[in-house]
Design a protein around this ligand. Sequence first.
Ligand code: ADE
Ligand code: ZN
Length: 319
Amino acid sequence: MPVPKAELHLHIEGTLEPELAFALAARNGVTLPYADTAALREAYSFSDLQSFLDLYYNLMAVLRTAEDFTELADAYLERAAAQGVRHAEIFFDPQAHTARGVPIGTVIEGLGASLDRSEERYGISTRLILCFLRDESAESALATLEAAKPYLRRITGVGLDSAEVGHPPAKFREVYEEAARLGLRRVAHAGEEGPAAYVREALDVLGVERIDHGLRCMEDPELVDRLARERIPLTVCPFSNVRLRVIDTLADHPLPAMMAAGLLVTVNSDDPAYFGGYVGDNFDGVRDALDLDPEQLRELARNSFLASFLEDDEPRRAR
Ligand code: ADE
Ligand code: ZN
């Protein structure tokens, strides 16, 4: 029996497995530039975050109808349940779909139809987090939040993802202020490829309650002390860090050092269809590569629930 856990850093578009991508392509009349699923999988060799994002956005062309998004989420939840996930806080990237002419309502209602039956079908409670693409403009982020307003009952929080370097958190001050006014929880990717200063800025300017990745905080001991003192969760994604060359090998992962520094770290899968495994696989991977003992694994599982937005409808950190 896999240990019960929550997954807090999971891009639903990053769960699009090659088999489903080809099935949706056939159904929607989309031609993919790969002969078959094996050829597509062969393209999953990344040199950095951007090289992954290029493929990730291109493959989304197969997602067109609400049913496509429902099937995508169903497939993730079924796999997650098999790996012990009991609660999932799921990111989605609306701008990557609206830019292709898919209305935001199609995306949210499609995902929502799956999430509505998730507890009953898979024993997984869920939350949905709308992410802004940080390599798009601040105006585009504001327009996206505006377009999401009719669907806010389905949305727990906002996040910030895509190409990090050159797109500091402060660019999105206004949209995060509006999100706070709307009662939405706030998280942001920071310190994945970008510097520790982006982690500080996400906390101080955007008022985020959790940092996604956050690895590079380790370069700034004062920041580490602050994150530990304020119990700011970091949603770490070990397989992702290796595949996107943030670190060389799993054995080099700073996870044990982060835990030893008193940080509230969680283990997550990020984009499991692309990075070689789902969240349980990430747990097994770090256990084996880093010699984690059972108590450390229990701490990681416990942290995942502590860091979640479950049973806590009020934002933890007032601005
Ligand atoms: N979008 C999907 N996965 C991402 C990641 N690891 N970093 C930034 N943006 C992303
Ligand atoms: Zn991510």
